[in-house]
Design a protein around this ligand. Structure first.
Ligand code: MN
Length: 250
C-alpha cells in the first residue's frame, strides 16, 4: 500500500523548531514532504506571488524551500514539486511560533496555507502553538502536545473544504471554540533611525480581546486546547435579506 503522503508547510520559515516538531510528529503516519518558505512569512495572509518568478531548492530528501509565501509553497508544492508523486492526502501548516487567534487569522500565513489546500479540496490543518518562543519549549516539549491531534488527523482526513485549527497550551483538555475578537490598541510605533529618518513598526503592542466564553482566546486563557473549525466562505448570510431589500439595480 502507498504510504500516506503529507505536505507540511508554515509561515515562520524552513528550519524552525515548530516545523521540525511537526515533521517528527507526523512521520509515523506516512511520507512527510516539507515545503516551506526560505524565510519568515508571518503576516502574509493568503498572498500568492504573481509578479516575479518563483524558485525552489531541494535541501534534503523530501525537503524543499520556496522563495515565496506559504500559499506559494502549497501551490507550487502540489502543482510542481509533487507533480510526479501525485497529490498529498493531507496538508498540515505550522506549528506556528506565537498565537494566531481571533481576527488575527486573516493575517496568518499559517492559516492561509491550509486554506490554499482546502481550495484544492485537500484535507488540511493549520497547526498553531501559542508562545513557543516565549516559553522556551524545545521539540521534546512540543511532541506530547501534538500527539492527541495526530491521532485524530487520520480519522478526520476525509473532511473537505474545511480547516481545523488546533491551538496548544499545556492542556487541561480540548474545547471547540469560535473565532474571538481582538481589541487592538491601534497605532503605529514610530522611531528615528541613526540617520535621523523616521521608521515605523506595525504591531508590537499587546492587544486585548473581547471576553467571550466560547472564544479561542478564552479557551487558551483557561489552559485548554482550542479547536476552531474554519471555512473559506466569507458570505455574511445574516444580512442577505437586508441587502435584498435594498432592491439594488442598475
Ligand atoms: Mn508565524
Amino acid at each position: 500500500m502507498q504510504p500516506l503522503s503529507i505536505l507540511i508547510t508554515n509561515d515562520d520559515g524552513y528550519g524552525t523548531e515548530g516545523l521540525k516538531a511537526l515533521e517528527e510528529s507526523l512521520a509515523p503516519m506516512g511520507a512527510v514532504w516539507v515545503i516551506a518558505p526560505d524565510r519568515e512569512q508571518s503576516g502574509q495572509g493568503h498572498a500568492l506571488t504573481l509578479n516575479h518568478p518563483l524558485r525552489f531548492q531541494r535541501r534534503a530528501p523530501r525537503h524543499f524551500v520556496v522563495q515565496g509565501t506559504p500559499t506559494d509553497c502549497v501551490y507550487l508544492g502540489i502543482h510542481t514539486i509533487l507533480k510526479e508523486e501525485g497529490r498529498p492526502r493531507l496538508v498540515v501548516s505550522g506549528i506556528n511560533r506565537g498565537y494566531n487567534l481571533g481576527d488575527d487569522i486573516t493575517y496568518s500565513g499559517t492559516v492561509s496555507a491550509a486554506f490554499e489546500a482546502t481550495l484544492m479540496s485537500l484535507p488540511s490543518r493549520p497547526r498553531l502553538l501559542g508562545g513557543l518562543r516565549d516559553r522556551g519549549l524545545g521539540r521534546a516539549g512540543l511532541r506530547p502536545e501534538i500527539r492527541p491531534v495526530r491521532s485524530d488527523l487520520a480519522a478526520r482526513s476525509r473532511s473537505r473544504r474545511e480547516a481545523l485549527q488546533p491551538l496548544r497550551q499545556p492542556p487541561r483538555g480540548v474545547r471547540m471554540t469560535r473565532q474571538g475578537r481582538r481589541i487592538y490598541p491601534g497605532g503605529v510605533i514610530e522611531r528615528i533611525d541613526p540617520k535621523g529618518r523616521a521608521y515605523y513598526w506595525i504591531g508590537g503592542q499587546s492587544a486585548d480581546w473581547e471576553d467571550d466564553p466560547e472564544s479561542d482566546f478564552r479557551a487558551l486563557a483557561d489552559g485548554f486546547v482550542s479547536v476552531t473549525p474554519l471555512h473559506l466562505d466569507l458570505t455574511h448570510y445574516k444580512v442577505m435579506d437586508l441587502v435584498r431589500r435594498w432592491n439594488l439595480d442598475l
